[in-house]
Design a protein around this ligand. Structure first.
Ligand code: ARG
Length: 528
């Protein structure tokens, strides 16, 4: 990696924040201050000291060589060294049984999968776990509602039916206070493995998983494990014991809690003896530590559960588990138009979003088969989740999501297809034959701008992992596509003297877009 080579030349003068200037005339790297740097003609073309900065220009042949390596075996090996021997667990997606797959879970799924892909690409051993919400007091409520108001047998119900019954429970419970007690009783029964309760619960699971599997299939997402909260039922007593042994379990008004210095306490066991979401999460950490002994555990959960996560992390420390913990804490989605705009976002039906995206995709990519339309539609939705720092709220604006010019999935897919069409038109282009790249002279600004972009790809993948932000890759791809399109708009390629060297730029752009979009979980299409 060029940055690493530079690091060696700079020795003690290297700072981590060494930057790529945004203005091209300031070179490829800029370092604050007037630093000494050892000479190396193969790497550095020139060094300029301007306005308190040392600007470094990378040798053109070096840029070409580096570009050539991208995607090859040696490059891959170098990149896999980054995470070699390290293990991470990522907790993502995690929809709730008997509730429709919400937009928050969509964000978690898309961002979580991209983070997983990026870490795996960097050579980490990755374990994805879908911590399904399949246990908790809500099942007591659901059972009460099914028994009282269900108009058909459970197995015939859809996930919407179940959700509606759950909503009805809350409406009725406002008028009839005894309903809450009944629900608590049913959840107790479920925790004691009562036959009737367990049967109803199991049916709800089957209905929901059916629906979730359909969504994962549509999104092209596969999660390694889906242990879900109920998996930890028999593992909770051991954590309680551990908490007692460490002396951190406190009595409080009949309930059991863990207290913290700078946070409100976390409830471990409720006063009626039932277990909690928090307790199951602690059993989950224990299981993951004992099963995989990870160096890093990432939670891809919304910002609304930030406190919950901090409580898990803090308690883990008290219990002696010290991997690196991180919660992505993604922001909310807001809608600019339509019937979704006034809702909170949790109950938006994903299938409606996908249908709308499909119909938009048909408009921008007509004459395509359904498979490609789907790739464009899903790509657009995913890119919208990935294009900016996950912590920020996102605005869902259909015009921007599907824009062919803007910061969007279709724009990247379109640029990729454009590159392929250029390559296909050329009669001299042959990927196998090695091109004598070092004879390329690249005298045009737009050519150089592209050439100076390629080698940064590797840095960006690493930075995306360090910052837990696939947006670093997404933004880079957008920048690359823009530079390619500027170049494409200005120059002819086929039949020109520079055909070969311009094909090289085209092919490298396509290669990076392909790898990059793969990392983001977005499919490419060959024609659009
Ligand atoms: N099912 C939860 C929800 O929808 C998210 C679970 C996140 N993961 C965890 N380990 N708590 O709110």
């Amino acid at each position: 990696m060029i940055k690493d080579e530079l690091k060696k030349l700079l020795g003690d003068n290297f700072e981590e924040k060494i930057d790529h200037p945004t203005v091209e005339k300031f070179g490829d790297f800029a370092i604050r201050g007037e630093v000494k740097i050892r000479e190396n003609k193969d790497l550095i073309e020139k060094i300029e000291k301007i306005a308190g900065f040392t600007n470094i220009f990378i040798n053109k042949n070096k840029l070409i060589n580096e570009a050539e390596k991208i995607g090859g075996g040696e490059w891959q090996k170098e990149i896999e060294n980054v995470g070699k021997g390290k293990t991470m667990v990522i907790d993502y997606s995690a929809p709730n049984i008997a509730k429709t797959f919400g937009i928050g879970h969509l964000r978690s799924t898309n961002i979580g999968q991209a983070i997983y892909n990026i870490y795996q690409f960097l050579g980490w051993k990755c374990l994805g776990d879908n911590h399904l919400g399949d246990w908790g007091t809500q099942f007591g409520k659901l059972i009460v509602a099914i028994k009282k108001w269900g108009s058909k047998s459970v197995e015939e119900m859809s996930i919407e039916d179940l959700e509606n019954l759950y909503v009805k429970f809350h409406e009725e419970a406002e008028k009839e206070t005894t309903l809450e007690d009944e629900a608590r009783e049913w959840f107790s029964k479920l925790e004691e493995k009562d036959k009737e309760a367990t049967e109803i619960w199991q049916k709800c699971i089957d209905i929901s998983l059916n629906e979730f599997d359909r969504i994962y299939e549509l999104l092209g997402v596969k999660i390694d494990y889906a242990y879900g909260e109920s998996f930890y039922l028999d593992k909770m007593p051991a954590v309680i014991k551990l908490m007692e042994d460490k002396g951190i379990l406190k009595e409080s008004e009949g309930a059991k809690i863990v207290e913290f210095k700078r946070m409100p306490p976390a409830m471990v066991i409720k006063s009626n003896g039932t277990t909690t979401y928090f307790l199951r999460d602690m059993a989950t950490v224990k299981y993951r530590m004992e099963t995989w002994n990870p160096d890093l555990i990432i939670y891809e959960i919304g910002a609304d559960q930030e406190l919950h996560c901090r409580q898990i992390f803090e308690t883990s420390k008290m219990l002696g588990w010290t991997p690196q913990f991180y919660n992505v804490a993604h922001g909310m989605i807001r809608w600019t138009e339509g019937k979704f705009s006034t809702r909170k976002g949790q109950t938006i039906h994903l299938s409606e979003v996908i249908e709308r995206a499909m119909s938009e995709a048909r408009k921008i990519a007509p004459n395509n088969d359904e498979g490609k339309i789907k790739a464009v539609a899903i790509g657009a939705i995913k890119f919208n989740d990935l294009k900016q720092d996950p912590k920020k709220d996102i605005i869902f604006d259909w015009k921007k999501v599907m824009s062919m010019e803007g910061n969007s999935g279709p724009y990247l897919q379109y640029t990729y297809a454009r590159c392929l069409s250029v390559l296909n038109k050329s009669s001299i282009f042959n990927l196998q034959s090695s091109i004598k790249n070092t004879e390329f002279n690249y005298s045009e600004d737009e050519e150089m701008a592209l050439l100076r972009e390629f080698y940064k790809f590797e840095e960006k993948i690493i930075e995306a992992a360090e910052r837990f932000s696939p947006a670093v890759v997404a933004e880079y791809l957008i920048g690359l596509a823009r530079k390619y399109n500027e170049f494409y708009a200005k120059f002819r390629i086929i039949g020109e003297n520079e055909e070969e060297q311009r094909l090289f730029l085209t092919e490298r752009t396509a290669k990076i877009l392909k790898i990059g979009l793969d990392l983001l979980g977005i499919k490419t299409v060959e024609k659009m």
